[in-house]
Design a protein around this ligand. Sequence first.
Ligand code: G6P
Length: 608
Amino acid sequence: MCGIVGYIGYEQAAPFLLKGLEKLEYRGYDSAGICLNDGQKLVVRKAKGKLQELKELTGYGKNVSGTVGIGHTRWATHGEPSDVNAHPHLSDSCRFAVVHNGIIENYLQLKEYLTSKGMVFRSKTDTEVIAQLIEYYYHGDLIDTVIKVLSKLEGSYALGVISQENPNEIIAVRKESPLIIGLGENENYIASDVPAILAKTRRIYRLENNEIAILRRDGVKIINTDRDEVHKQEEIINWDINAAEKGGYEHFMFKEIMEQPKAIRDTVTPRLKNGRVVLDEISLTPEQLRSFRKINILACGSAYHVGVVAKYVFEKLLRIPVEADLASEFRYRDPIVDEKTLTIVISQSGETADTKEALKEAKRRGSHVISIVNVVGSAIACESDDVIYTWAGPEIAVATTKAYSTQLAVVYLLAIHFAELLGTITEEDYQNYIGELEALPSKIEQILQNEKQVQFLASKLFHSKDVFFIGRNIDYALSLEGSLKLKEISYIHSEAYAAGELKHGTISLIEKGTLVIALATHEPLIAKTISNIQEVQTRGAYVLCLACEDHREVESVAQSTIFIPKACDMMLPSLAVVPLQLFAYYVASLKGCDIDKPRNLAKSVTVE
Ligand code: G6P
C-alpha cells in the first residue's frame, strides 16, 4: 500500500520518478503525485486515478524540471482519493514537501495543536501534519528538525522529505513501513521496494526502524535519532532484471503462475541434503519442540489459507493441536498463547500490519515465533525468532500465486522435519514424503501444459454470477484459496464451503445453472464428495470437478472435469491450486478485468 520513490542526481528527476512509481503500482493506489525542487521553489503535480493521469499532466515528466524530487502512489486511508489528498504534501509556506507510507495514529491531536498555532491545512490526510510539523519546528537545520518531528509521531511511517532551501538533499526515514536506499554513481534513490530502482542500480541499503538516511548526489549517510552515524552493509540485489518485468507475458499473474515450478524448486532444493530436510534457519532444540502443546498459525488473505492447509498437515504428521487464525482477529481476542505455544507466521510481503501486530502479541505472551516470509529483511522477518524465506522472487500481481505455492512447500518441509525430531514419522514415510516433495515441480509443469483445457472451461463459464467451491478435509482448505482467487480478480461472487456443510443452508442458493466447483482430490473422502456433487446436481447446479487422474469415476457425476497427477494427500493442494489459479485468470481476462491490479486491493496491506 502506497509507494515512495525519490531521486537526487544530475539528470531530470521527473521521468525516473514516474517510471519508479509505475514499478510500485502493484502495491495498490488510487492517486499519485510528484514534487521537485526546480532550483527556486517546490513544484507539486498530483492526480487522482491511474498513474497515466499524472503522466499526461506532466507531459510524461517533461513539464516539471529539477534534479531532486520525491514521488508517491497513495492508497486512501485518511481522506478520500482526490488530487488534494494525494501526496506529496507541502507545509503551510510550501517550503517543505513530504511523502509518507504508513499511518500517523496521533495526527488529530497534532493537527489540533498546529491549527491552534495558526497553521492552515489543505487536505484530510494524516501525512500533512508531518510537513506542517517540520515547518513549525524548523530553525535552519532540517535533520535536527526531522528528528524532533519523529519524536512527536506515533504510528508507522516511511518518509521522504525535501525542502525548498536545500536542493542538494533528500531525507528519508523508516519506522515499521519499508524503505530502501539505492546507491548510484553521482545519484541516489529512495524507494518502497526494489523494482522501482532496479533499472538504475543493484546496490542498496535496507533502512531499519528509526534510521535516517541523508541522500546527496555524491553519497548517502545513515544516522540514528541521536545523530550518530550508522555503518550499514551494502546489499547487492542479484535478481535477474526480468524477475520484476513481464518478460513477454500479458500479465504478471500469468507469468507468476508459470514460475511456480521454479519457485518451489528454489525454495525446497537448498533445504534438502542427502535426502534429509536441513533447516539451519530454525534455532529450536528437539527438547523445546517437545515442550509445545499447541501450534498457532497467524496470517491474512491467501497466507491464511496456507495456514488452514498447514493445520491439516501438522496435525496429521505431528499429532499436536493446531489453530490457524486470521491475524486481524487474533490480536484483539485475548488469545490463549504462552511459552508452550509455537507460533508460525506466514506473509509474502512481511509487512502486513495485522500479521505484524499479531506476531508481536504472540511474542509478548512468550511464544516462540517462526515466520515464513518472501521479502528479505522485511519487518515480520526481523521481528521473528526464526525466519524461513520462500525463494519465490518478486511477486508483483496483487493476487498471489507463486508465493502461496512456496509457502505450502515450506509448510511441508517444516512438517517433515518436525515429525522426524518428534519421532512421529516412520523412516519409510519420511522417504516417501521427500520423494513427493521433490516431484511437485515437474507435476506442476505437467498441469501447466494442460492450461488450454482450463482456458476452454473458463470461456464456457465466465458468465457465472455466483460460484460455490466445495471440498472436504484438505480440499476444503484449498477451496478457500480457489474461491478467493476467482472473486478477487474477476469480481464474480464466490464462496468456499465445506462440502458436508452445504445442506445446512447454502444448498438453498443452488438453482439451475449455478456453478459449483467441486474439489475431490482427497482420496479417503472421495465417495462422500461425490454424494455432495450429486446433491447439488439434482438441484440444477453445473459441476466442474477437480480430481486426481486415477479417479475417472467423477467424470460420470460432473459436467466437466479437470484431472491432475496423483500425489500424497497432504501435498495435493500444491497441484490442485494451479488449475484454480488459471481458471480465475482466464475468467478475469474474458471479463476484461484489470488482472494484476484488481479494484480496491493492495498487494501489501500496511494498515489495519
Ligand atoms: C493482500 C494480498 C493477498 C495476500 C494478503 C496477505 O490482501 O492481496 O494476496 O495474501 O494481503 O499478505 P502477505 O504479504 O502478508 O502475505
